[in-house]
Design a protein. Structure first.
Length: 322
């Protein structure tokens, strides 16, 4: 049996059993197979003389051979027999005839009568028949298209509240004028016409305000018409009294306010809110609308409070002077 020499540095020095070429290797490589670089014949690295017995035992245990078989020189490297694969689990390659038969049995991708043609251009899109009965999600680039526009709803509801209060005020003035008719000695035709017009105007304001609160399309159109009529009346009043500066300032403020209402109610966002689809979305949602945060609510409220305060001051001044 061939052995190797162990150097002081712990290296093995051995010779090829076929061509006698000297070679070196680590001590841990003893008993392992390698191929000679000169003759390219495989051989097993021999153990040192003192470790030969242990090397034979280790090689025999690793190769599952007897010590005699491990000691015997082999001209050819013995291959370890591996366990064959399970034939049922081994991958099989289909023949050409089998592949063509499977291709013929596969359903075609062309549209049938029960399946609508695909128009989205995606090869991975499911057919329309599978999507039947499912809500299809759509994405749009416009702001607020897929959710409620509460920031704009509060403006419409604030305008609707003041429209209802304006209509109630009209009916209150009509009632006061009717109470004053006996003292006037009768009701002339012009006064009756004015009272009738105020009643129509009040009913229009109340109905448009209630409809605008519920986001009705007809209420939006009625609000635009009533606001335009109010602008025309203010312009006539401004032209009729050009020298009255306080009255002119109030009329100009009313015109500016009416123009702001026209721009808000006549916008595309208000038009989208006053639709049946948006009302259905509002009915399903539980979100509240903070209309009191809209400038169309707190600016008129501040003007009303200021007017009442000035009226009280004037009344107190009259009482003190009397």
């Amino acid at each position: 049996m061939a052995t190797s020499t162990l150097t002081p540095s712990g290296r093995l020095v051995f010779a090829c059993p076929n061509c006698e070429r000297k070679a070196r290797s680590k001590r841990t490589a003893a008993g392992k197979r390698r191929r000679c670089r000169k003759c390219e014949e495989p051989f097993r690295i021999p153990f040192p003389a003192k470790d030969a017995a242990e090397g034979l035992t280790a090689v025999a245990a690793a190769a599952e051979l007897s010590p005699a078989a491990a000691e015997a020189p082999a001209g050819k490297p013995q291959r370890v027999k591996r366990r064959p694969l399970n034939p049922s689990k081994a991958p099989r390659r289909r023949s050409r005839a089998q592949r063509e038969a499977l291709k013929a049995e596969a359903p075609s991708r062309e549209a049938t009568e029960d399946e609508a043609p695909r128009t989205d251009g995606s090869p991975y899109a499911p057919p329309a028949a599978r999507l039947e009965g499912r809500p299809r999600r759509t994405r749009t680039g416009r702001k607020g298209e897929g959710k409620r526009d509460i920031a704009y709803e509060r403006h419409l509801r604030a305008i609707g509240i003041w429209s209802v209060l304006g209509g109630i005020l009209c009916f209150g003035l009509v009632g006061l004028m009717l109470l004053a008719l006996p003292a006037m000695g009768g009701a002339p035709m012009q006064l009756l016409a004015i009272l009738g017009g105020m009643c129509l105007l009040g009913s229009g304001y109340i109905s448009s305000g209630v409809g605008l609160w519920a986001y009705q399309g007809w209420a939006r159109i009625m609000t635009l018409a009533l606001t335009a009529i109010g602008i025309a009346i203010n312009l006539i009043q401004l032209v009729a009294q050009p020298g009255n500066i306080p009255n002119g300032l109030g009329v100009l403020f009313g015109i500016a306010w009416a123009v702001a209402i026209l721009a808000t109610v006549g916008s595309s966002r208000a038009s989208r809110i006053c639709t049946a689809q948006y009302r259905a979305k509002v009915a399903k949602s539980r979100a509240s609308v903070p209309f009191y945060t809209s400038p169309f609510f707190y600016v008129p409220l501040g003007m009303v409070v200021l007017g009442v305060f000035l009226f009280v001051l004037a009344l107190v001044a009259v009482l003190l002077t009397a």
